[in-house]
Design a protein around this ligand. Structure first.
Ligand code: SF4
Length: 354
């Protein structure tokens, strides 16, 4: 049921969490599954999903069974295409609450047989108006404008909708993408004149208006929520246990952090989660590296854990990569730390020792 990728350290299972929302019961199911069946960690991805690495050979079936019982595998046919991002603080700090729309969109997606053919990279995003998902590269992005209207954006073309028609039009846009693509394209941006042709099929006319971009959510208190950065996006058993003890739910963000209801920060900090925006771990990401990836020239996460606390920062994000593919790199400018066998290239300059 789960598509499991074979990595150098065993099976790699991605668990899709539309909207990022997990009850702590579900988080605990994932925590214990990673302990029993994988390497014990839960990885947070740049799409707000979770991954379990190093699955043992009988792991995928057992994991599928556990996810199904926990309500995390609602559709056998559409699992791969349930890619839905939501502004992680939506409804928690005074902006529109678009999270219920994610659930409605997920249900509508799974109920549409033809949309099981969407490419696994096709991405929907619901932005509550703060602009934090504009840089997510979503194929179909909806941004709140006010209490009556939202802006639907398909890359280079935008059109205003009433909230009542948002889900229906997002689903229709995905269906129209399948009609206009040649078969090889994975994203709307890869289809020549794709966004205009899709709007035409939907009978909608672009207004020229595009969504307003904003910054990703930083760690710290925000309204009735607390955001905690998970260093390198790798949640340990101890950290996951503490999350299940202090909160009733968590929201996984696309920036390797989690949103919690307002809770005390001390228990989180005690296990290495970061609840302030000025931490050395803010904006630091790394690819899988060794031993998870056979292509990697270094244990980038191990090296990052050792070096990051002493690394001088200039405000840019930082990404560590084990090879030139730079998996998981952030959008926009970032400090590029690339393993090359005899050390690392830091923005192109060789550093042999740290
Ligand atoms: S960047 Fe290279 S080493 Fe890192 S996970 Fe991707 S393929 Fe593997």
């Amino acid at each position: 049921m789960l598509a499991v990728h074979q990595a150098a350290d065993g099976g790699l299972a991605r668990i899709r969490v539309p909207g990022g929302l997990l009850s702590v019961t579900q988080l605990d199911v994932l925590r214990s599954a990673s302990l029993d069946l994988g390497d014990g960690r839960l990885e947070l991805t740049s799409r707000g999903n979770l991954q379990i690495r190093a699955l043992r050979p009988d792991g995928p079936q057992e994991l599928s069974d556990r996810l199904y019982r926990a309500g995390l595998l609602p559709s056998l046919t559409h699992e791969r295409v349930r890619n839905i991002l939501v502004s992680p603080l939506s409804g928690l700090d005074g902006r529109y609450d678009v999270l219920p729309l994610a659930a409605a969109l997920d249900r509508a997606l799974c109920a549409h047989p033809g949309l099981a053919d969407l490419p696994g990279r096709f991405l929907f995003a619901l932005d509550d108006g703060r602009g934090d998902l504009v840089a997510s590269g979503a194929d179909v992005l909806v941004q709140a404008v006010d209490s009556r209207e939202a802006l639907l954006s398909l890359g280079t073309h935008g059109v205003r909708l009433s909230w009542g028609e948002v889900v229906e039009v997002m689903i229709a846009a995905a269906g129209a993408f399948l009609e206009v693509r040649d078969g090889a394209e994975w994203r709307i941006a890869e289809v020549i004149d794709g966004s205009r042709r899709i709007l035409e099929r939907l009978g909608l006319e672009a207004t020229g208006e595009l969504p307003v971009a904003g910054a990703p959510t930083e760690a710290g208190e925000h309204g009735s929520a607390l955001v905690a950065t998970v260093p390198l996006g790798s949640l340990t058993q101890e950290q996951a246990v503490v999350l299940t003890e202090v909160a009733e739910w968590v929201r996984v963000t696309p920036w390797r952090s989690v949103v919690l209801p307002a809770v005390a920060s001390a228990p989180l900090e005690a296990v290495g989660l970061v609840t302030t925006p000025d931490s050395v771990w803010s904006g630091v990401t790394a690819c899988a590296g060794r031993p998870g990836c056979a292509k990697s020239l270094a244990d980038v996460r191990g090296d990052a854990r050792r070096v990051v606390p002493q690394l001088a920062r200039d405000g840019r994000r930082v990404h560590w990569s084990g090879c030139e593919r730079r998996c998981g790199k952030p959008a926009g400018v970032f400090v590029d730390i690339l393993a090359v066998g005899n050390g690392y290239l830091v923005d192109g300059e060789l550093k042999e020792t740290w």
